[in-house]
Design a protein around this ligand. Sequence first.
Ligand code: PBG
Length: 327
Amino acid sequence: MAFPERRMRRLRRTPALRRMVAETRLSVDDLIAPLFVREGIDEPRPIASLPGVAQHTRDSLVKEAERLTFLGVPAVVLFGVPIHKDATGTEAWNPNGIVQVAMADLKDQLGDSIVVIADLCLDEYTDHGHCGIVDDQGRVDNDRTIELYQRVALAQAAAGADVVAPSGMMDGQVGAIRSALDGGGFENVAILAYAAKYASALYGPFRDAVDVQIAGGGNRRAYQQDFHNRREALTEVALDVAEGADMVMVKPALAYLDVIRDVRQMVDVPVAAYHVSGEYSMIKAAAANGWIDGDAVALEHLTAIKRAGADLILTYLAGEIAETLDG
Ligand code: PBG
């Protein structure tokens, strides 16, 4: 026992030893792939600020979901880009709206071999880019917006969504959506609540992906969470669980690992974390410059999110990481 400090290195000596004692294992089962489907295009369109991610046509969406299923990715979360946007976002609950028809395609082609999650929000569908109805003073009206979310939930459920994922951060949205779903006979449709969703500068590339600009250079700080706060996230999560959320989410992921950890300790439902567009783009941009090894950083980041306590990770890296992980 002359040099007890050497003890720590014994189990790091070989890859097999390290694998044997690894505390955290990222698995393809943990991954949820965000996918974009755009109305009125014939070819998938690359998204410049999200290299490797595209706005899909209905056909290419099904092909991509098939590829992900083949790779073992259990779930996708779907975002729509409609041609027509208006003040209230009517396309979001149109039964023939782009997300509804695309979801029905996925369910026709892939059935229950993949979990289809519908992002439930209005920002992709409103002409002002806010997540709800804007009143005369420019504020997003909480309760009128929630009524619209109920319609969206019913349209998404009717189109075949296994899970709806309300992301608008209106107060009471989870309870209202649960009661609408139950009232419509969709008791089996689950809710993944974007419970602790911060007003983050990391959503920039996503807004390119869905063609959203917030009117007047606005922002979402009056409804999404302030990044200075941690305890507030626990209140948000507790409310969503009490209102009937089946799973809760923290978003973004890496700058909020403390929040993921706290939430994991507080609740028993599955905890998801969203590794968002800006987090993905930073890896891709630095890797393209040769400044970091992008694949290695991707694995390190996603493993850290899992280590912090996330059971599920929404990530644009899902497909490429799945290719490198053992089933
Ligand atoms: C809202 C929504 C956003 C994201 C997912 N759902 C944008 C926002 O809140 O402004 C961002 C996802 C990402 O950046 O990858 N529908």
